[in-house]
Ligand binder design. Structure first.
Ligand code: GLU
Length: 445
């Protein structure tokens, strides 16, 4: 069996960490199995779907490195849904109903008032042809419901949640088409999953009940169902389903300097028993992906933890990956030298300014003589080979200083900072003339 997964966003907004995680898991599973990952745009709702969001979804997936093997749009497939509903109507599995939203609401209130579950009472099934004709003569148009089979429990083994049971008698026959002819999500999704050969549906656990309903639709259409994996939802750091997560997408990540590799590394493993690791390459994430590692508890998403992971990912990024975002003139050696000190790629500009801009001279009273001596020693050094090691070894021998007393005044004089990248890497980049000028300035400061 060749694996086919799909990510099926409605283009009514940007992607956010919750649905990015779903997209990623579908992609990882397809890649792990040498299968296909489809992007399915769920745009049956013409009013809420916007073309700009379709473009943004594509761009965001490309930014994340989640390449799709095909793209489908539900708005281009209405004839397929039409054909399916006609079959289901002919088989007596889809029926017209005429209640208005207010009437349905009233029924629910009465049921709840009596302590009963608010399940649709199927009154429409009792209508004869004459009743329907009378309702339509009144100007009513039907919406269409899928008739659930109440005789057997709905059962499946979820790849994450294990054995699942639902009692269909406790569920309302789902509306599959509105009176204006527009489609709800339920039926088109099944038709697409069948016709696109989807083998695994990976989505959030908010869809568990939908799966129960859809399993009966697969059966009614004579198709074997795919496997299902429902993942626990993401919650914010404070442990609650947070609105903020819904607005954390690529723009917020870019603003915080979070790289897509870091987001992918985090979202691939969060909520699983596998460790979240700073993996800049998805290969180990693909190889290790396994539904059996997914927990049932909500996964906590913490932006501070992501920022820490991001720093460790940035430390691994090669020059070619970042060059377009570095200050003008910054070369590979510069990047390699300062990379271990960065939290974000944008921070590189600060270190670039330290290497090549103006550094405020500073030294304490008792270090000035030492720095003057350092300037003299540095002037006589062959700069081509390990100037930092040579300079500090010579000064150690001549002044008897060691440890912090030796290194710290030099670092301050040469960079204006108390800490930062390895001086051995920085000093060659600062260059001999500039280093001498900085040591002299600090000696006289
Ligand atoms: N458009 C649906 C959603 O975003 C797709 C659900 C599914 O994966 O079937 O919730």
């Amino acid at each position: 069996m060749s694996v086919v997964t799909r990510f099926a966003p409605a283009p009514s907004g940007r992607l956010h960490v919750g649905n990015i995680r779903t997209a990623l898991h579908n992609w990882l599973w397809a890649r792990k199995n040498g299968g296909r990952f489809l992007l399915r745009i769920d745009d049956t709702d013409a009013e809420r779907s916007r073309e700009e969001f379709v473009d943004a979804i594509r761009d965001d997936l490309a930014w994340l490195g989640l390449d799709a093997d095909g793209e489908e749009r539900q708005s281009a497939r209405f004839d397929r849904y039409e054909a399916a509903i006609e079959r289901l109507i002919a088989a007596g599995r889809v029926y017209p109903a005429y209640e208005t939203a207010q009437e349905l609401d009233l029924k629910r209130k009465i049921q709840l008032g009596r302590g009963k579950p608010p399940v649709y009472d199927r009154a429409a099934l009792a209508l004869g042809e004459a009743d329907r004709a009378a309702l339509e003569a009144e100007g009513r148009r039907p919406h269409w419901r899928f008739k659930l089979d109440h005789d057997r429990p709905i059962e499946w083994t979820d790849l994450i949640r294990g054995p699942q049971h639902l009692d269909p008698a406790l569920l309302s026959d789902p509306v599959v088409r509105r009176e204006d002819g527009s489609w709800l999500y339920m039926l088109p999704s099944v038709v697409d999953d069948i016709e696109m050969g989807v083998t695994h549906v990976v989505r959030g656990e908010d869809h568990v009940t939908n799966t129960g309903l859809q399993l009966q639709i697969f059966e009614a259409l004579g198709a074997p169902p795919p496997a299902f994996a429902h993942e626990a939802l993401l919650v914010g750091a404070e442990g609650k389903l947070s609105k903020r997560l819904g607005s954390l997408g690529r723009p917020a990540m870019e603003e915080a300097g979070i790289e897509p590799e870091a987001l992918v590394a985090k979202l691939a493993r969060i909520g699983t028993s596998l460790p979240v690791e700073p993996l800049a390459d998805p290969a180990p994430l693909i190889a290790g992906f396994d539904f059996a590692t997914f927990g049932r508890a909500p996964a906590r998403f913490d932006l501070d933890e992501l920022a820490a992971l991001n720093a460790r990912v940035v430390h691994q990024l090669g020059f070619d990956r970042v060059r377009g975002r570095l200050p003008e003139g910054m070369g590979e050696a510069d990047w390699i030298a300062i990379r271990p000190n960065l939290r974000t790629i944008a921070d590189a500009a600060d270190w670039w300014a330290i290497l090549h801009g103006h550094v405020e001279a500073s030294a304490s009273e008792e270090d000035r003589g030492f720095l003057a001596e350092a300037a003299g020693t540095a002037a006589g050094l062959d700069w081509a080979e390990s100037p930092w090691q040579r300079l500090t070894a010579a000064l150690k021998a001549s002044t008897g200083r060691s440890g912090k007393a030796l290194f710290h005044p030099l670092r301050r004089a040469l960079t204006g900072r108390d800490s930062g990248p390895e001086m051995a890497a920085l000093l060659p980049l600062i260059g001999k003339d500039e280093a001498l000028a900085r040591l002299k300035a600090a000696a006289g400061a």
